[in-house]
Design a protein around this ligand. Sequence first.
Ligand SMILES: NC(=O)c1ccc[n+]([C@@H]2O[C@H](COP(=O)([O-])OP(=O)(O)OC[C@H]3O[C@@H](n4cnc5c(N)ncnc54)[C@H](O)[C@@H]3O)[C@@H](O)[C@H]2O)c1
Length: 291
Amino acid sequence: MSCNLLKGKKGIIFGALNEQSIAWKVAERAVEEGAEIVLTNTAVSIRMGTIGQLAEKCGTIVVPADATSVDDLSTLVDKAMEHFGGKFDFVLHSIGMSPNVRKGRTYDDLDYDYLAKTLDISAISFHKMIQVLRKKDALNEWGSIVALSYIAAQRTLYGYNDMADAKALLESIARSFGYIYGREKHVRINTVSQSPTPTTAGSGVLGLGDLMEFAESMSPLGNATAADCADYVLTLFSDLTRKVTMQNLYHDGGFSMMGMSRRAMRIYEKGMRFDDVVDNNYPFGKNEEQE
Ligand SMILES: NC(=O)c1ccc[n+]([C@@H]2O[C@H](COP(=O)([O-])OP(=O)(O)OC[C@H]3O[C@@H](n4cnc5c(N)ncnc54)[C@H](O)[C@@H]3O)[C@@H](O)[C@H]2O)c1
């Protein structure tokens, strides 16, 4: 159902790879709500994924850009301004990748070149993007920038690896730049901390299925889907949230405030006991010390 929440607004959406992507759902909903968008992803992801179909559906263009390249970001912003005929209103950063996770390197055996890539792609790209937008004065007053995060930035969740450090940095960038851009141009910057979600990036996380089940059993409202996330992000792009900035906003069905739920307790009681887990050397991953 459309309420024309974003009528007259324009924005760039990073990170739609395929129909499962959170950015894909945000793009579809933004257009449904009356926005004009420009889509972007890396050249490889454009080739491997199905973003072309999304662009067709949304009646827009796809501009290739590696979000770690300031030159690419600069070209992207120029092309978006050309497409929109001037400044625009919102940007979604929906980008994450860890070569350490991909190559099975555990947190106590990180490859540091990979770690630098994890941080550059998943967090520093957010800084680069905002810096380019600000230097080009590309956003209208009261614009809105959103990036997607995960609760592993605050709490240790086994298997999230160096992405936890990347998310902590991402959230810090939202605060630091949120002050500067807010004071100068009333542009707000927030992160949305989303439930585990079955996407290409999500499936890289060790034991995503179990993690989703655990989060579902702990959250009073259940896990938030990618479509739910899109609805929430739209409110942050809309004029209804003009005074919300520098926040990490949990969109997780209540998971972040829970200690233990009855459902999770029941599963624990009926299934394995702690002693079973220890005795049976339950396979938590290839490095048992990380248990
Ligand atoms: N899936 C989950 O469980 C979950 C939970 C919380 C937060 N998030 C976050 O949501 C965001 C979107 O992920 P998703 O789950 O939709 O998965 P996804 O795999 O669909 O999206 C990740 C995107 O990042 C893009 N990307 C990777 N390297 C890039 C680069 N150098 N430049 C530009 N783009 C690049 C990929 O092409 C892809 O489109 C990520 O920040 C992710 O960490 C995901």
